[in-house]
Design a protein around this ligand. Structure first.
Ligand SMILES: Nc1ncnc2c1ncn2[C@@H]1O[C@H](COP(=O)(O)OP(=O)(O)OP(=O)(O)O)[C@@H](O)[C@H]1O
Length: 252
């Protein structure tokens, strides 16, 4: 598909598939990652091409409403009423996704427990730290037990311990859903993702396993599961990425 904003081509004949598990989206600023996530979330439609979501090809308005109930989204920044409590906000997200009334509170608590925010359920949203907000953001994305989870830079603003906890959480999510996660952090890709897609200037420059990305600088095939090949860590992911992107560094 292709997406333009005026004369800017944000996505240029991009063709990608996101199977179950965690797929990382890597790319420099302005590469088109958020635009791609907005297409997958049904917030935007492509100028040309089609998006097939959860087996539903080019859904129309009515089908999109139903699909949204099966999708969870954490945008880069999300709006909220500062006077809502954490629980009210999470229940509100459940209501938006049409979780039945009788299940909303339980689902909201389950989601808050996953991000270890249940103790803060009665705090006002406006009084949360940046990292806590991010955690509530993930909780609201999961409150409808989605089959497709879209996370735009989910670990931004988290302290190192929270980031480690999040990686485990995202891996668990990937075991039951298709998770697409945009990030600038090579360490996140190394620790969390099964597969990676690299976008540069609106074009797909690489898709494959993380082991395959790490093997790019050597021009060699990766070892099985990366085990008897190159060690998969943030440095190896960054080297693979730099091999494609030149000097545009990602953070480790
Ligand atoms: N609403 C908009 N109007 C005009 N141009 C836009 C708009 N949104 C994005 N763009 C442009 O589209 C291109 C892709 O932007 P996008 O936000 O998808 O990139 P990104 O990879 O998510 O970047 P970042 O890593 O900085 O978040 C950029 O050139 C950007 O300037």
């Amino acid at each position: 598909m292709t997406v333009r904003y005026g004369s800017t081509i944000a996505l240029d004949e991009v063709s990608l598939e996101f199977p179950s598990g965690v797929t990382g989206l890597l790319g420099p600023n302005g590469a088109g990652k958020s635009t791609l996530l907005s297409l997958l979330s049904t917030a935007r439609r492509p100028k040309s091409g089609t998006v097939t979501l959860l087996g539903d090809e080019a859904p129309g308005r009515a089908r999109i409403q139903r699909l949204r109930q099966r999708i969870g989204v954490l945008p880069q920044s999300f709006g909220f009423y500062p006077r809502f409590t954490v629980l009210e906000f999470t229940e509100y997200a459940a209501w938006l996704r049409k979780v039945p009334a009788a299940q909303r509170r339980e689902r909201a608590f389950d989601a808050l427990r996953l991000v270890q925010m249940e103790k803060h359920a009665d705090r006002k949203m406006g009084a949360l730290s940046g990292g806590m907000l991010r955690r509530v953001g993930i909780a609201q994305a999961m409150v409808n037990e989605p089959a497709l989870v879209l996370l735009d830079e989910p670990t931004v603003g988290l302290d190192p311990a929270q980031r480690v906890g999040f990686r485990t959480l995202i891996q668990e999510l990937g075991a039951r859903s298709a998770v697409v996660m945009s990030t600038h952090l090579a360490e996140d890709v190394a620790h969390v993702c099964d597969r990676v897609a690299v976008l540069i200037e609106g074009s797909v420059r690489f898709t494959g396993t993380v082991a395959e990305l790490c093997a790019l600088p050597d021009g060699g095939a990766p070892g099985k599961d990366g085990k008897d090949g190159k060690e998969i860590d943030g440095g190896a992911v960054e080297a693979g990425y730099l091999h494609l992107a030149g000097t545009e560094a990602v953070a480790t």
